[in-house]
Design a protein around this ligand. Sequence first.
Ligand code: HEC
Length: 244
Amino acid sequence: MRKLILILLLLPVAQVFASSGLHLEPAQTNIRSKESLRNGAKYYMNYCSACHSLKYQRYSRMAKDLELSEDEVMENLIYTDAKFTDHMTVTMTDESSKKWFGKAPPDLTLIAKAKGNDWLYAYLKGFYKDPSRPSGWNNTIFKDASMPHVMWQLQGIQEAHFEEHEDENGFITHPFKEFSKVTEGSMSDEEFDNTVRDIVNFLDYTAEPAKLIRLAYAPWVMLFLVIFTFLAYMLKKNYFKDVH
Ligand code: HEC
C-alpha cells in the first residue's frame, strides 16, 4: 500500500522528466479572463476565420460564454452572411482551398486538445521568411506548413537561424537556434505575444466550452469535500468513542 502511494505521489515528477524532450515556452493562457477570450475571438475572426472553421461551436454559444451581446457579435465578429445561431463554418470549400494551399485548412475547434496550448503558441509565433517555399513562409515547429504567416503585419518579418548538430553516430541535424527580425511589425514583441496568447486562449476555450463552468464549480466542489471530510471524521470519532 505504501509503495502504491509513493508511486502515485511521484507520478507527476516522472511526467515532467518524460516531457522535457520538447522545449516549448509556456503559453501562460488564462481561460478565466473574459477580456483575453474576447480579444482572442476578435483576432481569430479577423485573421483565421476566412480559412479555418470552428464547426462544433455556435456564434450564440460563444456570445453567451464570452458575455457578448447578439449585436456585438453580428456587427463586429461575423463577416459573412451567417446567422447568430449558426455553427462557425467557413465559406471556402475544401476543393478551392486545396487548390490554393495544397491542403485544406483543418477545423480548429479541437486543435487545442490535439496539440496543446504551448504548441499553438509556438506555432503562431514560429513563422519565418523562406523563399524556397511556395507561400514564401516556413515554420520552426511545423516544418513546411502550407499555411502562410497571416499575422506578419502585426509581428513583422523574421528570419530563422539553425545550428548544425552531430550526434555520436555522425547523424547531422539542424535544430532551430534563434530568430532575427528583418522588418518591424505594427505591434511590439510583447503586444504580439499577448495577442497570440489570447488567440490560443480562445482556441483552448472552443476545445472545451464547459471548462469555464467546470472551473467555476471547482472551488465549491473542493469546499464540499472539505466539509464532508470534517463531518465524516466527527461521525467516526463519535462511533468509535466507546471502542477501546
Ligand atoms: C490563408 C488561409 C489561412 C489562414 C487565414 C489561417 N490558416 Fe491556419 N492553416 C492553413 C492551412 C492551409 C493549414 C494546413 C497546413 C499544413 O497542414 O501544411 C493550416 C494549419 C493550421 C494549424 C495546424 C493544424 C494541424 O492540424 O496541425 C493551426 C493550429 C492553424 N492553422 C491555426 C491558425 C490560426 C490560429 C490562424 C489565425 C491567426 C490561422 N491558422 C489562419 C491556412 C490558413
